[in-house]
Write a protein that binds this ligand. Sequence first.
Ligand code: DP6
Length: 335
Amino acid sequence: MNTKPFSSMPRATATALAHPNIAFIKYWGNRDDTLRLPLSGSLSMNLEGLETRTRVSFDVVMNADRFILNGEVQEGAGLARVSAFLDHLRGMIGQQIYALVESTNNFPAGAGIASSASAFAALAMAGSAALGLELSEAQLSRLARLGSGSASRSVPSGFVEWYAGEDDLSSYAESFASPDHWDLVDMVVIIEEGHKKTGSTAGHTLAHSSPLNTLRIEGVPDRLARCKAAILAHDFEAFAEMTELDSNWMHAVMRTSTPPLVYWTQTTELVLWQVLHWRKQGHALCTTVDAGPNVHVLGLASELDFAVPALKALPGVKDVIVAKPGGEARVLSQD
Ligand code: DP6
């Protein structure tokens, strides 16, 4: 890695953009919680139109980090998590220099769209660019992973695989198909807008307490290979089967943890059942659910005219947000 001496610059700023992603084969549980080395590989798609924009300004006159999210000054856990991430960048240049981080999401907080993925992908891009670090995509993905595991998948473009790896060096994400490879859409069915009861970071630590965890992990390589092959072959039926199976495995582990994690509501169950029914009738639609009640309905773009109004008409559904496959995280400006 090339580094420019930072001491010559009193202040350095960069702005970057990243999309959130939806996992088809899920990340749940770590081998190493500090390095966020996952128990298994995972597969996802970036979400176009949804984005985090982050500006990082390192400044030699600052004596602590500051974090402003959607115009509001953050303190406590939110600031601590950003600051801990900036420690990695400070470690890379060997200098104790603080930064102002200003971040905005164009999607609602708590909409069931994991903002930590786009947040830490954008922060890794902007922070490293501000310091003049010239990092490869794999290095940026590894760096983003230290902030949030799923953020490693928001660095590369389109359809992405995160290799579980064996250590910090080998655990990163890579694109295996571009955004225009397949006309797949994610219809995010908003059921609850509030913040989830147990966040992912705490949830990952409970995976080990489920008697089903080992079985789930054993099955991931096969499901991942089948899901990836289905995407590459544009085989929606096979894709739907693997994606739903993998989400169900993750929720089975969550529900059988101690304490149990139950994210689904009655409306979640209704949407899952309804989409299964529509698929049996011939619609190219399937579902996946993250650590919250909202359902991601995945389908071919040709299903949008049918599916969006039909989903909005279901009792308990508050809104539906539509996203196509998105591009890579990128630096927008540097000064
Ligand atoms: C259920 O990446 O949000 O969305 O590393 O603690 O930030 P942290 O966890 P996070 O976990 C994502 C969990 C998931 C499944 C997935 O996106 O693969």
